[in-house]
Design a protein around this ligand. Structure first.
Ligand code: SF4
Ligand code: SF4
Length: 130
C-alpha cells in the first residue's frame, strides 16, 4: 500500500494558507464549518467569513487565513479544496499542474519521476475514495 509520505511530507511552511484571499466555500463546506465550530451560521459568518457577491471565503488576517496559526487550526472543518491540497487530482492529467504545485509547495517529493509520482498518487486517491 502506498504511503502519502512517499510523494508528500508537509513542511509546515504555511504558504498554502497565506495570501489576501482564500479558497471559496461551497454549501457543504459552510455547513461543515458551522457544525464543526458549534456556532450559528450568523456567528460563523460574522467571525470567519468574507462574502463577495455569492462567493464566501474565509477572512484573512495579516496576510493569512484566519484559521492559520502555525498550521491549520480547523482541520476537521476545513473546506474540501484545502483537503485536496497539494495532492490535487489534476496532477494526473497534466504534468504542468504538478510543476505549478511544486513551485508553491516545498513538501512535494522532487526526487521521483512524474510517472512514478502519478502512479502513487492515483493509488492514494483510490484508497481515499474507498
Ligand atoms: S505549502 Fe505545502 S509544505 Fe507548505 S504548509 Fe502547505 S502543504 Fe505544507
Ligand atoms: S482552512 Fe486551514 S488549510 Fe484552509 S486555508 Fe485556512 S488554515 Fe489553511
Amino acid at each position: 500500500m502506498v504511503q502519502q509520505s512517499e510523494i508528500f511530507i508537509c513542511q509546515q511552511c504555511g504558504y498554502c494558507c497565506q495570501g489576501e484571499t482564500t479558497v471559496s466555500l461551497d454549501g457543504s463546506d459552510q455547513q461543515g464549518m458551522i457544525e464543526h465550530l458549534g456556532m450559528s451560521r450568523a456567528e460563523v459568518a460574522k467571525k470567519y467569513w468574507r462574502q463577495t457577491g455569492n462567493t464566501i471565503q474565509m477572512i484573512t488576517v495579516e496576510g493569512h487565513c484566519i484559521f492559520y496559526d502555525n498550521g491549520c487550526t480547523i482541520h476537521a472543518g476545513k473546506p474540501w479544496r484545502c483537503t485536496q491540497w497539494p495532492l490535487h487530482p489534476s496532477i494526473l492529467t497534466d504534468e504542468n499542474n504538478l510543476k505549478a504545485i511544486k513551485e508553491s509547495c516545498p513538501g512535494i517529493n522532487r526526487e521521483i519521476s512524474y510517472e512514478d509520482f502519478c502512479n502513487k498518487l492515483a493509488e492514494l486517491l483510490e484508497q481515499t475514495d474507498k
